[in-house]
Design a protein. Sequence first.
Length: 397
Amino acid sequence: MSRAPARLAGAMLLAACASSPASAVSPTGGELAQAYWAERYAAGDRAPLLNAEVPVVACPLVSMADDVPPPKTPASVRVLVPEGSVGALAFFTTTPDAKRGVLGPRAWSCHAQSGSNGDVLYVVPPDAVPDRVNGAYAGPMVSRRFADGGTSGRFEVGRVAGRLFPQARRFAEQVRDEGLDDPRDFVFSPWPQDRLQRLSSSVVAYSTPGGAQGLGRPGKAPYGPETTSGVVMFDGISDDDPFLVELTVRLGDGEDRLAAAIVTGFLARLNVPAASASPPAPVSPAAVAASGGEPAMIVRSFYEALGRADGRSASGYVVPERRVSGPYSPEAISRFYASLAEPLRVVSIRPLDGSDVEARYRYRKGSGAICDGAAVATVSRTAGGTFIARIKPLNGC
């Protein structure tokens, strides 16, 4: 996902396809997949799950900054799916390493869109019909959507997460009370027709029957006859920047088992670690002291990596759950900062109270416009290390 330069440099609002801790011990993606599959079908009617190779289909991306052609990807990836479904499926992705994406029918095609509110990947049949009332597609499709609660995506996060997750209610009420959206769209109970399977406190699988409004068809009537199933994951790691990941699967009559296989494979990948992002290199105590303390050192290292267009290193300074996809993935950072007419240069790093650090920086866009930016980064200490949790811009750049 690409965003405007001010957002990339000034806001740590990251997409992710990895679930945050849902309880004292978080379930893994594989455990979520097993639980979903076990409840979906009785033991005697349930095919075993297996890790199998499926072909990869690369998808083009249309973003606010530019159009990105389909990347060069591996020929196949391993996914957890029910036995017997492998031959009907492919893995659709916009990333070169195929670490994130979505399963879909092998004969379908794909395209992705991104903007300030988030991003969405569509997998559709050759005869896909646009939904002229609600957008997207009226009939069969598979989609994976990320909604960013720190941008205009907050309306989607508030409307959907507020219905499903008690921990999202405060955020949803704040969005509602802005008065920019219809307050009647913010309801704090599920749609009555939806069948929900609560897999953890942050992950819900659902099924919306044909002809009904629900998670699978939240817009205006008429509602198509196909059953829609999927997954909603809410990550509320910070009051400032929660996000939502949504899977929607609508294949048509007689395709219930294939739809369930797509959901199962999606769940199994929710906890895939960000293998492409390396952790920051150790620094000496002298270097930490010279920088004004550990938080300042982390922030300086992050911005210096942006200046080198080194997405791999820069992502390593971000909290792990927010470096998997979106504008702060290694690929997105490298692509954007390598395109600047003049690279980002750190002007100053100044420790503030607590774990906050002020950063001032400067760069020139490809258009020639100069950005004199300032932001405050909040650094958090976790069991796994010290990372940047979020960054708030102080000006419009």
